[in-house]
Design a binder for this molecule. Structure first.
Ligand code: FCB
Length: 449
């Protein structure tokens, strides 16, 4: 193979999330989020860790910006902490919170790094959860109002807007499995949460279109899990299809087609959420782009023991694994081509992709994370393949800029291109960070080098 070149103007970026990096959990007027509550409940987070301090980005953002520049990032996607802007979720605006993001945006622009903003990466104001959170319809207006406030302050300078990160994970991990905040285990609520997230997304798009310049692009980020049958049997194919339904189509179909998949309505039966007139039309608001997060595939087998889904996941023994998931680069290509064939988004970004492997600092203060470099190389090769066959892929954002608080795993999982010593807050660019910087400089890479 020869040098893999990417299209002119391809956007090379990195992405982070407010709760995972900012810290300053109760400073400068910020209200508590559901994660601030959740991490304080015994047994929720490994070793009882919290992101009260995280990597202290709220105070060290200038240093972090310098590191982004060192990597040569063309774009940076960050999320806004809703309770930093509206401590109670609605009502009184905390201007100090808006000032923080205002400074960040101006400084990014000054360094020629395009800001992409994510409105909701999981840190719902606790005051809204106290009223039922995403499980209740009032949240739709509350979210739109929050979107309006952010757009009015930052809209003139941010060209890319994302409504939600991974509605599927919010619904499933937060409200059915109870592994994420708010820690509920209720299938009924989980489905209502999914629906309300989508309606809120659509309504916020209407608000954003009114507030933002015509040139601003608006989209949503979905985590897509390509699904494969464990065996070449009709039973397993159906099992894979069902999992594809809950993980992918339940979100893609309403967003792109304005309808929920018939097989999912049937499968969930009486617990399928109530849909009010106009909801599907709202959800279907045209998107300028879709952001896709790719980490893993799901290999599924038929399993009547599992409630409702009647399918369970199989972990192929011949595969390579990271600390959290199977590593399967071809899934990136399969996902991108499938989304294009079935849903025809106008533009696509890979908005998250990355890996946690054990990173250690060597005697010379270097982090030789060869496995992450290999991971990046293998996945970027698949991204490039998808571009070759016509997927309108405009950019790639690596998850993540720097090691951080990885939700229920606490600080054990390191996904960064930059190593962080969580005691001293010292940052060290890993070998993968240097490798990525080179890819950005050359707009491509030699897969053999
Ligand atoms: C994604 C999340 C992100 C991070 C990565 C590893 O699902 O959006 O915050 O946890 O997984």
């Amino acid at each position: 193979m020869t040098f893999l070149r990417f299209p002119e103007g391809f956007v090379w970026g990195a992405i982070t999330a407010a709760y995972q990096i900012e810290g300053a959990w109760n400073e400068d007027g910020k209200g508590p989020s559901i994660w601030d509550t959740f991490v304080r409940q015994p047994g929720r987070i490994e070793r009882g860790e919290t992101a009260d301090v995280a990597v202290d980005h709220y105070h060290r953002w200038l240093e972090d910006l310098a590191l982004m520049q060192e990597l040569g990032l063309k774009a940076y996607c960050f999320s806004i902490s809703w309770p930093r802007i509206l401590p109670q979720g609605i009502g009184q605006v905390n201007l100090t919170g808006l000032d923080f993001y205002d400074r960040l945006v101006d400084s990014l622009l000054a360094k020629n790094i395009t800001p992409h903003v994510m409105l909701y990466h999981w840190d719902l104001p606790q005051a809204l959860q106290d009223r039922g959170g995403w499980g209740e319809r009032f949240i739709i207006d509350a979210y739109s109002e929050y979107a309006r406030i952010v757009a009015q302050r930052l809209g003139d300078r941010i060209p890319f807007w994302v409504t939600h990160n991974e509605p599927m994970v919010i619904s499933l991990a937060g409200n059915f499995l109870g592994e994420h905040a708010p820690g509920l285990q209720d299938p009924l609520v989980a489905l209502r949460v999914a629906h309300h997230l989508l309606v809120a997304h659509g309504q916020a798009i209407q608000v954003l279109r009114l507030e933002l310049p015509k040139t601003a692009k608006i989209g949503i980020i979905l985590n897509i899990t390509p699904t494969y049958p464990a065996n070449d049997t009709e039973e397993d194919r159906q099992a894979a299809r069902r999992y594809d339904g809950v993980a992918n189509r339940l979100f893609l179909d309403p967003l792109f087609r304005g309808e929920y998949p018939a097989d999912m309505i049937e499968m969930f039966g009486p617990i399928f959420p109530e849909i009010q007139p106009g909801d599907l039309q709202t959800i279907r608001a045209p998107l300028d782009f879709v952001g896709l997060n790719y980490y893993m595939r799901a290999v599924m087998r038929n399993d009547p023991e599992v409630m409702i889904l009647q399918a369970s996941q199989v972990y192929p023994s011949e595969s390579e694994y990271s600390q959290m998931w199977e590593i399967y680069p071809p899934g990136m290509y399969d996902m991108l081509t499938r989304i294009q064939a079935d849903y025809h988004p106008k533009e696509v970004y890979i908005t998250e992709n990355g890996v946690c492997v054990t990173d250690g600092v060597d005697f010379d203060e270097r982090v030789r994370d060869e496995r992450r470099i290999r991971y990046l190389r293998d996945h970027l090769a698949q991204v490039q393949r998808a571009i070759q066959v016509g997927v309108p892929l405009k950019g790639y954002f690596h998850w993540t800029l720097m090691d951080n608080f990885e939700w229920a795993f606490g600080y054990r999982m390191r996904f960064g291109l930059i190593y962080v010593d969580f005691t001293t807050q010292k940052r060290i660019v890993k070998d993968s960070g240097r490798w990525y910087a080179q890819v950005i400089r050359n707009n491509g890479f030699d897969p053999k080098a």
